[in-house]
Design a protein around this ligand. Structure first.
Ligand SMILES: [Zn+2]
Length: 331
């Protein structure tokens, strides 16, 4: 019989300790240790369902041919830009963001927009019919987009083997679990093991995968920092739920320059790309107005024009119901 024991794992960085500790010696985070059950059974290998290819042999570096990573169009210029010019074949990208910010919409819209590639959208959060409703709201249709509601990693690999998709989207990594680890879905061990198995799948088959990950209150992705180390690309989807604009930022990119930024507008019918940020940062009509200055700034690798507005009025001797003397500034 498999013996079980428990360890305490840092939710932030994945460091382990046999006892609970208040402050993580590895990342300095307070109160981040949670108990996880680990199996003492010999570590079973996560089966890639026959997807493994023959072991590679070392080759002389001089015999190697340098070739550019092949990329494909995700159907969204802003997403392509943040990825460094399109999604790289065989790469693993993580889209992180707070719950409800629109990560699933972004990913589903990409799945529906990609042309000439069979895409598999795996949802551990929504049923297939909920996803259909969402797709109908987006008003896109793509006969090459397949949807499955699944949380078992082993089952996901079976679906992949049957369907042979050209792109896989997993929503979200925190809901996926593997049978080889006993701890509950979303725990550090599960997230790490599942992500590592998915990375292996990407590299052995050359299939690109998008992972969706929730962000905790402190803004770190999926709790464990380990996830950020495993994947090739980390994209963060930011914005305020009450406002319509969203920013997609790359935090890490093995295949492109990091400081890239994409802007979207959340609409009833999905995300619209904002290719000209001036439309939202500048008031277009300021003829005859004073107190407005345009400045340029740079965010990531992208220049922006921003507008500073100053409202100044002289102190009136007769108090009116109007604005108090002073100034406000909005950019
Ligand atoms: Zn830690």
């Amino acid at each position: 019989m498999a013996k079980t024991k428990s360890v305490y794992v840092c939710r932030n960085c994945g460091a382990e300790s046999p006892k609970w500790i208040g402050k993580c010696p590895s990342c300095g985070e307070w109160n981040s240790y949670v108990e996880e059950i680990v199996s003492k059974a010999p570590a079973a290998k996560i089966q890639l369902a026959g997807l493994e290819i023959a072991k590679q042999k070392p080759v002389r570096i001089s015999d190697l041919e340098a070739k550019e990573e092949s990329r494909f169009d995700t159907g969204s210029n802003e997403l392509n830009r943040v990825l460094g010019g399109g999604m790289v074949e065989g790469s693993l990208a993580l889209i992180g963001g707070e719950p409800g910010i629109g990560k699933s919409t972004l990913a589903l819209q990409a799945a529906l927009n990609i042309q000439g590639k069979k895409t598999l959208y795996v949802s551990g959060e929504e049923s297939a019919s909920q996803l259909k409703l969402r797709a109908e709201r987006l008003k896109f249709d793509n006969p090459d987009c397949y949807i499955v509601s699944e949380t078992s990693l082993e089952q996901i690999f079976v679906h992949i083997q049957n369907l042979q998709p050209g792109l896989v989207i997993i929503d979200s990594i925190q809901t996926i679990s593997t049978e080889t680890v006993e701890s509950s879905p979303g725990s550090v061990t599960q997230v790490r093991e599942c992500a590592a198995a998915i990375l292996k799948f990407c590299k052995t088959t050359g299939t690109p995968v998008f992972l969706i990950g929730h962000i905790n209150k402190e803004g770190s992705i999926a709790g464990p920092k380990v996830l950020e180390h495993i994947v090739d690309t980390v994209l963060q989807f930011e914005g305020d739920q009450h406002y319509m604009y969203r920013i997609l930022r790359s935090i890490k990119n093995r295949f492109g320059s990091t400081p890239e930024l994409g802007i979207f507008e959340m609409r009833q019918s999905g995300l619209r790309e904002v290719s000209n940020p001036s439309e939202l940062l500048l008031s277009q009509n300021h003829e005859g107005l004073s107190g407005i200055a345009i400045a340029s700034t740079i965010e990531g690798a992208r220049p922006f024009l921003i507008e500073a507005q100053a409202l100044v009025s002289s102190a009136a001797t007769v108090p009116r119901s109007g604005r108090a003397p002073g100034s406000t500034c909005a950019a």
